[in-house]
Ligand binder design. Sequence first.
Ligand SMILES: *Cc1c(COP(=O)(O)O)cnc(C)c1O
Length: 429
Amino acid sequence: MQFKKSEKLYNQGLVNLVGAVNSPVRAFASVGGNPLFIKKAKGSKIIDVDNNEYVDLVLSYGPMILGHRHKKVQKAIKKSLKNGYTFGASTENEIILAKIVCDAFPGMDKVRFVSSGTEAVLSALRLARAFTGHDKIIKFAGCYHGHSDALLVAAGSGLATLSIPGSKGVPNDAVKNTLIAEYNNLASVQKHIDENKDIAAIIIEPVGGNMGVVIPQNNFLKELKSLCETNGILLIADEVMTGFRSKFGGAQELFDVQADITCLGKVIGGGFPVGAYGARNEIMEMVSPLGAMYQAGTLSGNPIAMASGIATLTELKKQDPYAEFNSNAEKIEGFLLYSAKKYNVDLTVNRFGSMINPFFTNEVVTDFTLAQTSDTEKFGIFFWEMIHNGVFLPPSQFEAWFLSSALSDEDMSIVEIAIEKAMEKVSGI
Ligand SMILES: *Cc1c(COP(=O)(O)O)cnc(C)c1O
């Protein structure tokens, strides 16, 4: 397998782009080597500029849940393109997508569309603060909620549990109202509540996806919700990754918990830039123009993005691929554990619906600290061997692999063979 053209583009890209990427997760910093440049994708497959073909388990970090260029989505986009690209005024498709989203999430009476997950979450925080009149928020170590200042604390970095900015350029003042708790640890939340009277919201990824996949244990989400109710705090479910992915109604449907505010993104745009936040009427009526919380966007509710979102969610509902996602993820877990045992490699696999990933550790991974026990050097070797055997994975130990409904039995065999070879390579170091 050759990467000559990718390497050439990478070197050209370094001149006028930062690290030749427009998002740091696309850099190959933690696995070594240079990033691949992509030419095109179709269905379950993605093809790089050197014409290497891979089974795509990145799916643009989640959005391409139906696989790439699904016929119906493509048709809807083409149709919408004919009418113009953006108008700075409302269109019917915004109402249609809003209804699909609100029907799927019973906690949402109204929704506001924005252009990214980051924007959805930072707006949701502002809304929680506007509604409660309180400033403080609790987030969990290892949860990522986009790159807004107040949330760049313990956002999957090594700075867990301290309220220290996870990035240069974030003023201490911007994170002084951000309290960090431990995932799956109710006592760590209770402690903050005991010590602080003015908490507006608790924000959580209801299933962790940005520290690798981490699943809420026992009744963690339900208990959080009841803590919130008792203390007049809003629960914000950041379902930017999990919304429509694990179940049509997201993790909230699966765990039977209703958040006060829900954030969405990724899948709802079907590959175009869309984010959303929503809540019951009482809360959403705070948002401008109905209320005094300001939030706006030139391209919010963009017609092409709405058309793509409607077509994606409509097809997703029709396909109802969630049982198949589960069985494919279970198979991949089986391949991983079988080959780890065969080659005597320490491995833990976490999965949730169509999100799955291995950790190279003996520990049961239930929080960020335990996720960090994974041997990332082994992951780097595993990653490259998967690439060489035709499987495209996120270039980081701490990202979930995603499944699409376009995955065929043949693709699954490619994944199985690649895993076995990659594990053998890992065992050799
Ligand atoms: C991806 C993600 C975000 C950020 O969304 P962007 O569209 O990248 O801004 C926020 N929260 C979660 C849980 C995510 O997975």
